[in-house]
Write a protein that binds this ligand. Sequence first.
Ligand code: GDP
Ligand code: MG
Length: 424
Amino acid sequence: MLTSIVGINWGDEGKGRMVDLLSEDYDVVVRYQGGNNAGHTVINEKGKFVLNLMPSGILRDTVVNVMGNGMVIDLKHLCGEIEKLSAAGVKISENNLKISDKAVICMPYNVLQDCLEENRLADKKFGSTRRGIGPIYGDKYLKKALRMGELLNMAKMKERLKDILEWKNLTVEKAYGEAPVKYEDMLSYLEEYGGKVKKYICDTGLYLNEAAAEGKKIMFEAQLGALRDIDFGIYPFTSSSSTISAYAPIGAGIPNRKLDEAIGIMKAYSTCVGEGPFTAEYFGDKAEELRKAGGEYGAATGRPRRVGPFDVVASRYGCRMQAASQIALTKLDVLSYLDEIEVCVAYELNGKRIDEFPFPDALEDCKPVIQTLKGWKCDISGCRNKNDLPKEAYDYIRFIEKAVGCRITYVSVGASREQYLIMD
Ligand code: GDP
Ligand code: MG
């Protein structure tokens, strides 16, 4: 059984929370793209955790966690995350953590480059998390990146590091006028932090292929959502990797295998971190109220998230791009304070109603077409059965389900593991 857990929207849909819940029935959880720009919050009996690089299955003793070749890994950050989790009593060893030898290393000079470029862009900035993710994916495709497997043969790696730095410093020194990045510093960085994680590095594709052949259940955990996908998202305000389901087998290292299920994680309203077009955005008090109710401040960066009503056009597109076979609707409890709940059911572009997500350039000129549904005005965070839901909440779920054209099987009504209900 191969299942992906993917974001339908702009990210922060609650993927980590759902992976933590659903991984009970899985043997392996794999992160297949992105880096420590991810912030997946998990709350369970072990405590509250914000995971950046680590797959969210790490909190289950029975799950093997894999960091796939599609990821970009900041070694120092990884060491910090392992230390923090260990201090909280989570046991991490070669038995439950495996890192792909083909995953790319996100270097300190990539972080530097990310910051220098965002500063140069000033008011035209992309809203990068400044963690080097864009620059390192760029290096990967330019074939100027170091990979985890190279840490196992430092003699060879040293040669490549020298060549890469000579090239990288052309940009750092000559383009940005900064002091060159020193070879000795980078080497000792790789030796110190790489040395600590060496034992986890292996051919994870081989491991996963064998696990799949043995009939083990494998879950693929995405970072961000469909609308941040490098190809299908709101380019250029996207992430630099493929966040979609179809990429999961590739980024995990088993392109020879096919997914059985794609569970789309979809939020009951819209949020978006950083820059870029966000058609149904709320401003002022209306925004502040929703932001507060949902605690919408970035897990990785603490930045206040932009908020808005549920967007049918973007979400239906997200479901299609993710090939979602079912949906987990999250954060429904957050809407309990509203008398009436707005839903963006279509866009208006140049006086015409449109129902399909347009080429991103057009989004700036799109206006939301709003339909209003009745609120339920009571606490639903204790509901554990669909029959416990107030009629208005049940109707809201069914309205959204019909609008996006994909069945909603789980509804999350709180951040803790057990705060959910099943719809069918
Ligand atoms: P991810 O990046 O998709 O894993 O999502 P984040 O962890 O960045 O953001 C989701 C936030 O909502 C986290 O703070 C979760 O603890 C919280 N959360 C998840 N599901 C629910 C829910 O159903 N209700 C409420 N109130 N909070 C939730
Ligand atoms: Mg997040």
